[in-house]
Design a protein around this ligand. Structure first.
Ligand code: PLP
Length: 417
């Protein structure tokens, strides 16, 4: 596989030296030095232009430097940026009501704001623990279920929910009681009992390679958790805010979870996370049980309101549905022998490769001027801004076709040799 360093456009740049010296190396070497963005395009320090079909990993829903985003940041920064949670602010109250409305649950919910996805899941983890304690069975709900291949974040609680051994093992012991089960209805039926406090589910497992749940899984999960008095907590951090062609992916199956966790797209590029809890689950976190200094500050919530309002006004949920279907056809239509299939929904797509060369495809794409990412060695993730139209799809088609051809020429020869 091509190394990260080999993906950069020019040899030994000064910025690389600074990055290697001054940044903690948790994310590995950076691919490029990016200096500017506009719509679905990015520019590096040398003036090279890239088509951005990753959107900061499903974050910049409106694309880069969208006037609505710019105006909301500027206006609110000039009005009131931060006051702490001793005080309410109009943007915070507006966003809480908006998220409940978009989730379709009306008044029956409450929102906790944090600053990232992992923080939203930490809050949800606490919700699960409190539910385990508050149930009729006293402390007899010690079990929390999560799915094989799950990714819920990197802080210690969210990491306990995350499945991947290489992420978990260096940080053991993690909080106890979490069991990972296969993502099948049968496995859930077998695992579920009255000692389960909560089931955590991503409707589409983005980090694992854009893996969809079996049809009907969320409906079955809703029935089984309700039957056994467990919470159903849906992680919509990657799938939410219109990305899959509905406001939230759980809505495709017509269910209402007990809680959802949000981040990424709801801020459109501004850091924000949220836990939205419905029904009895909304009363579990009582005064003093959780908190965040920055969480729900007027700047982040004002930007989120503006981003979500624009998604709504500009019909971008519908656009995600239609452009997603178009993009899937495009990828299938390329007819590359490297492409084994396309997974996902709306504008969260995973291209399954016949051989594990996703890193090479991503590197080739980047050399040609296309930003995508390798969710794992056999899957390329495509998650553009929700604003894309025919022009961006045409540009993507040319660049992705060329990247696949470049890699296929060597990868398939090597495999057949
Ligand atoms: N949950 C899901 C489904 C995610 O995709 C991610 C990030 O990729 C997270 C949680 C963690 O979010 P963050 O990186 O904002 O902490």
């Amino acid at each position: 596989m091509t190394s990260h360093a080999a993906q950069t456009s020019a040899p030994a740049q000064a910025w690389q030296g600074a990055a290697d010296r001054d940044l903690i190396l948790n994310a590995g070497p950076r691919f490029e030095l990016l200096v500017r963005g506009e719509g679905s395009h990015l520019w590096d320090g040398e003036g090279r232009r890239y088509l951005d079909f990753l959107a900061g990993i499903a974050v910049t829903a409106l694309g880069h430097a969208h006037p609505v985003f710019v105006e909301a940041v500027s206006r609110q920064a000039a009005t009131l940026a931060h006051v702490s949670n001793y005080f309410a602010t109009p943007p915070q109250l507006e966003l809480a009501a908006r998220l409940k409305r978009l989730a379709g649950t009306g008044d029956a919910g409450r929102v906790f704001f944090g600053n990232s996805g992992t923080e939203a899941n930490e809050a949800a983890f606490k919700l699960a623990r409190l539910h385990g304690l508050s149930s009729d069975l006293g402390t007899e709900r010690p079990r929390i279920l999560s799915l094989d291949n799950a990714f819920h974040g990197r802080t210690i609680g969210a990491l306990a929910l995350t499945a991947k051994a290489s992420m978990r093992d260096p940080f053991q012991p993690l909080p106890g009681g979490v069991e990972h089960i296969p993502a099948t209805i049968e496995a859930l039926e077998a695992a579920m009992d009255d000692r389960v406090a909560a089931l955590f589910v991503e409707p589409i497992q983005g980090e694992a390679g854009v893996l969809e749940l079996p049809e009907g899984y969320l409906r079955a999960a809703r029935e089984l958790t309700a039957k056994h008095g467990a919470l159903l907590i849906v992680d919509e951090i990657q799938t939410g805010a219109g990305r899959t062609g509905d406001w939230f992916a759980f809505q495709h199956e017509g269910i209402v979870p007990d809680a959802i966790t949000l981040a990424k797209g709801i801020g459109g590029g501004f850091p924000i996370g949220a836990l939205v809890a419905f029904g009895d689950a909304a009363a579990l976190l009582q005064p003093g049980s959780h908190g965040s200094t920055f969480g729900g500050n007027p700047l982040a919530t004002a930007v989120s309101n503006a981003v979500l309002e624009e998604i709504e006004q500009a019909g971008l949920v519908q656009n995600a549905r239609e452009r997603g279907a178009q993009l899937r056809e495009v990828v299938e239509g390329i007819g590359s022998p490297l492409v084994a299939g396309v997974r996902g929904r709306g504008l969260l797509l995973g291209v399954a490769l016949a051989v594990p060369v996703a890193g090479d495809v991503v590197a080739a794409a980047q050399r040609l001027g296309l930003v995508i990412n390798a969710a794992n060695p056999s899957s390329v993730r495509i998650a553009p801004a929700l604003t894309i139209g025919d022009a961006e799809i045409a540009e993507f088609t040319d660049l992705f076709t060329a990247a696949l051809a470049e890699v296929a020429a060597t990868a398939l020869t090597e495999t057949n040799a």
